[in-house]
Design a protein around this ligand. Structure first.
Ligand code: BES
Ligand code: MN
Ligand code: ZN
Length: 505
């Protein structure tokens, strides 16, 4: 992974391959953002005119590259747009997500450079953290499977020097350390999502999860198909039975020693979702290697929580299965017995995520955690409701839903609260079993949320994140978000764990 180091050196003298500055578009046109003053001096006050002459307007995420012709230590100055300057009379601080995205855009535009200086607004700890996170998040490439085309795809920036007057500030250093830990977890989730499903069957996914957990000093338990059968995990087994590659349930535990609160995380780990016998059309399968994005997020988040040493106990549960059609696959109208005994009539084998999550939610509930948060690429209806970049938050507790929303906002992830309308529950009443895995055709995301709610232990606080769209970016890269796996929900989960550790929940 790339690194960020803090320096209070003058930007213009910095010996790097490129120096990034910020520009805003105010009412009077393009204006330099704080951090660029010294560079402007080196350019003899002509920086604004030069950026404008090259077509720069300062609008968000615009990139203009200028040759410095010896005026600065860096041969290239890169002006990245920040949009309108913050409207405040006193000390103006920049919106953190704007800085994160701008730094990420600059990092992507500078792929192939070894050393890059960041002279963006960075006077507060929040700004420093945002710039560091954005740069590191943007410096990502997944190239494990490139051979002949490897040279066409540049290495991410190797090292960033973040210029700030607060370089010696302890809080600033801590924020940068946290950014490294957080982003390395996001990169882990992205790598797992990007891995071709042929190379990530449940057993291998479980091994990768174990490796990541052990590296972070965590204890891991993996239930294989035999252990799952013995304990009665009918949901995971039912979904996994159509594949030649058997399912797993991974449990990763972090115990702070001091922590009083216990947070349980549950993530959907469908390594490939063909739909099963309720087969998807081929175009709908293109994203389905990403159907383990929820599991990747909880695995990554618990490793970050451990590395940050947060004062909270966290248990991450990742049920893993491959949903395939075959002679051994489950049939529509089969009845499964979920862990703990409740029965589910499988009306559609493509509504498989809720089946494996049901097992894991019941099991997670057995330990009576203070909070349960599940994360899943659960429904196409999430994309219909909120688009491809905004995750949905559902919960059985208003305060928890609000807390998750606030955590997401603070972390810079787009999420929005959604209801669990009581009247939709009856649409899942089954003529043979306790519940069916499908209900009303409208509000499919909410129906799925209501299904999960039935498997959460009595009296426990629970939130459900549907990240179907946000887990995978099928469009060109933007801001700090690459194409492919995004690592959605990792930053929110870590932030939430920090809130729990701080006693806020
Ligand atoms: N993994 C899909 C949901 C999904 C769709 C994720 C698109 C990402 C992008 C899930 O298992 C699924 O197939 N859900 C069905 C449920 C339906 C059969 C009730 C859906 O949303 O169509
Ligand atoms: Mn499905
Ligand atoms: Zn699925």
């Amino acid at each position: 992974m790339s690194t960020v180091s803090l320096s209070n050196a003058k930007p213009a003298g910095l010996k790097v391959e490129a120096l990034v500055i910020g520009v805003t578009n105010g009412p009077k046109g393009l204006v330099l953002a704080p951090g660029a003053e010294d560079v402007d001096k080196a350019f003899k006050g002509r920086l604004v005119a030069t950026v404008q002459a090259l077509g720069g307007t300062g609008k968000k995420n615009e990139v203009v590259k200028l040759p410095s012709l010896g005026a600065t230590g860096a041969p290239v100055v890169v002006a990245v747009g920040l949009g309108p300057a913050p409207q405040s009379k006193g000390e103006a601080t920049y919106d953190e997500e704007t800085l994160r995205r701008a730094a990420g855009t600059a990092a992507r535009a500078l792929a192939g450079s070894a050393r890059v200086g960041l002279a963006l607004p960075a006077s507060t700890v929040g700004e420093i953290a945002a710039v560091a996170e954005g740069a590191l998040l943007g410096a990502y490439a997944y190239r494990s499977y490139r051979v002949a085309s490897k040279a066409d795809h540049k290495d991410p920036v190797d090292a960033f020097t973040l210029l700030t007057g607060s370089a010696r500030d302890r809080a600033a250093k801590k924020a940068v350390d946290r950014a490294h830990t957080l982003v390395s977890a996001v990169h882990l989730a992205r790598d797992l999502v990007n891995t071709p499903p042929s190379d990530l069957p449940p057993a291998v996914f479980a091994d990768e999860a174990s490796k990541a957990a052990k590296d972070a000093g965590l204890s891991v338990e993996v239930l294989d198909e035999k252990a799952l059968r013995k304990a009665g995990y009918g949901g995971i087994l039912g979904v996994g039975q159509g594949s030649s590659r058997p399912p797993r349930l991974v449990k990763i535990s972090y115990r702070s020693g001091r922590g009083k609160k216990h947070l349980a995380l549950v993530g959907k780990g469908i390594t490939f979702d063909s739909g099963g016998l309720s087969l998807k059309p081929s175009s709908a399968m293109e994203w389905m290697k990403a159907d383990m994005g929820g599991a990747a997020a909880v695995i990554a988040a618990v490793t970050a929580v451990a590395r940050l040493g947060l004062d909270v106990n966290v248990t991450a549960w990742a049920p893993m299965a491959e949903n395939m059609p075959s002679g051994t696959a489950q049939r529509p109208s089969d009845v499964l017995r979920i862990y703990g005994g409740k029965t589910v009539e499988v009306l559609n084998t493509d509504a498989e995520g809720r089946l494996i999550l049901a097992d894991a939610l019941v099991r997670a509930s057995e330990d009576s955690p203070d909070l349960i948060v599940d994360v899943a690429t659960l429904t196409g209806a999430q994309l219909v409701a909120l688009g491809s970049r905004t995750s949905a938050i559902m919960a059985n507790d208003d305060d928890l839903r609000t807390a998750v929303y606030e955590a997401a906002k603070g972390a810079g992830e787009q999420m929005w609260p959604m209801p669990l309308p009581e009247e939709l529950r009856a649409s899942m009443d089954s003529s043979v079993a306790d519940i069916a895995n499908m209900g009303d055709k409208y509000g499919g995301m909410l129906v799925a949320g209501l299904f999960l709610r039935d498997f959460v232990g009595e009296g426990l606080r629970w939130a459900h994140l549907d990240i179907a769209g946000p887990a995978f970016n099928d469009s060109p890269p933007h801001g700090y978000t690459p194409k492919g796996g995004t690592g959605a929900a990792v930053r929110t989960l870590v932030r939430l764990a920090e809130e729990v550790a701080a006693g806020a929940l």
